[in-house]
Design a protein around this ligand. Structure first.
Ligand code: ADP
Ligand code: ASP
Ligand code: MG
Length: 408
């Protein structure tokens, strides 16, 4: 979309990209350079790196199980600081800028605190600022519910703010600036031989995000796919092209496996015995999902006393999951075990759809490396296993090699 003869581009800068005053000044320089190239930037910023963790830990010191408006108000405050600093840096360079919190532009969400979903974005205010040549600098991660409470979108949620704003403005793409130059075939911090990907499909990126890859927030990819907003993940330190997330049909060749993805901190909860039948399971998983806890692996087996149940949640969701379990299991006598220090390692690729044998190779690698597997799940385009954290690096690197992903 063009306005005042300029291409409007939503640009999101993550925590490291605004992690210091020097970085914030560099972002301001980049925005102005883009302006001189004929773009008009709409900026979305995260909190300075480490800040949201600090805020979360302050809240946890008082009550780790608390979730509600006060928690969201607390953790959303980091973005207020970074957008204000960025707006000052832009104005110092002779341009007009306006820092904006979600209530000022109407980023409406539901009231599922700490995991809210965006319902609506009104583009009028942003368009008006652009038409007046004022740079909007918008706080990522936050929204506002119908009662004017501040809500937050879940950790990493600024990506979702940016893509939703691009969708709300009917733009065809959105730029996500981060601390890596591309999406890689594995997290380069874990697998140094990871290869750069130029393009990846929405479907694969969604699986990667849901399996723990931090590079994009899953909702951002879902919104991009639904509203046809292509996502360009690129470095905030370099100017070269990054990775484009595009519809599957636009990728000519699909390797069997595109990436090895991991979640470094998964928790497995085991309950034994729970009442037989599907009723208890329905009650438990409905309550967990109502609280926004996403469960991704469930195993169940029947025995004389009832059934044995195991499921995995992310470490971030553990306090919420425990709260739900405390309520539902009140008065029931059963064994409840929480296995922490677990990790999840997965392989993802749309190429798996048409090629059998990936599961066999996956488990062979784990067996050869003597890595015990605690839970397993598969879909059309992924296989994942929960393993002990201590084996994560070794298994991710071995899988990366076996599926021919190592950089040559
Ligand atoms: P930001 O603060 O910019 O949102 P994040 O830390 O949320 O950045 O996401 C970027 C990080 O994602 C990288 O530093 C990298 O360690 C991690 N990551 C995980 N998987 C991948 C992958 N497949 N490709 C690139 N980065 C990945
Ligand atoms: N600042 C938030 C977080 O650390 C949102 C984000 O970085 O995307 O989770
Ligand atoms: Mg992020």
């Amino acid at each position: 979309m063009r306005l005042n003869n300029r291409e409007i581009v939503v640009k999101k800068f993550g925590g490291t990209s605004v992690g210091s005053i020097e970085r914030i000044e560099a972002v301001a320089d980049r925005l102005i350079a883009d302006y001189h190239k004929g773009e008009f930037p709409i900026t979305v910023a995260s909190a300075m790196s480490g800040e949201t963790n600090r805020l979360v830990s302050l809240g946890n010191q008082i009550d780790p199980k608390y979730r509600g408006p006060a928690y969201d108000m607390l953790v959303a405050s980091g973005e207020q600081v970074s957008i204000a600093l960025l707006a000052i840096a832009i104005e110092k360079r002779g341009f007009k800028a306006k820092p904006l919190l979600s209530y000022q532009i109407g980023i409406e969400t539901d009231n599922l605190y700490s995991k809210a979903r965006i319902l609506n974005i009104n583009p009028d205010k942003i368009n008006k600022l652009v038409s007046e040549n004022i740079f909007p600098v918008i706080a990522g991660f936050q929204g506002i519910d119908t009662e004017n409470n501040i809500t937050t979108l879940g950790r990493g949620g600024s990506d979702t703010s940016a893509v939703a704003i691009a969708a709300g403005m009917q733009l065809k793409s959105c730029e996500i600036f981060t601390d890596v130059p591309k999406v890689f075939s594995a997290d380069p911090r874990l697998v140094p031989k990871a290869r750069e990907l130029d393009k990846i499909s929405f479907e694969e990126m969604m699986e990667m995000a849901s399996l723990g890859s931090k590079v994009l927030h899953i909702r951002s990819v879902e919104i991009g796919a639904k509203h046809n907003v292509r996502i360009h993940v690129r470095s905030s330190f370099e100017s070269r092209t990054g990775t484009w997330i595009v519809p599957e049909g636009e990728i000519m060749e699909n390797p069997l496996v595109t990436s090895v993805t991991h979640d470094p901190s998964t928790v497995v909860i085991k309950l034994n015995p729970v009442p037989a039948g599907a009723e208890f399971l329905a009650e438990l998983f409905t309550e967990l999902s109502n609280k926004g806890v996403s469960i991704d692996i469930i195993t169940q087996s029947q025995h004389e006393q009832g059934q044995r149940l195991a499921f995995s949640v992310t470490e971030e969701d553990l306090p919420l999951a425990n709260k739900v379990l405390d309520q539902i299991l009140k008065g029931k006598s059963l064994e409840r075990t929480t296995m922490d220090k677990m990790a999840k390692v997965s392989v993802v690729g749309v190429g798996m759809r048409n090629h059998p044998g990936v599961a066999a190779r996956f488990f062979k690698v784990l067996a050869e490396n003597k890595i015990p597997v605690h839970l397993v799940t598969t879909s059309e385009i992924k296989i994942s296993a929960v393993i002990d954290q201590e084996h994560l690096k070794r298994s991710a690197q071995a899988l990366h090699t076996v599926f021919d992903l190592d950089r040559v």
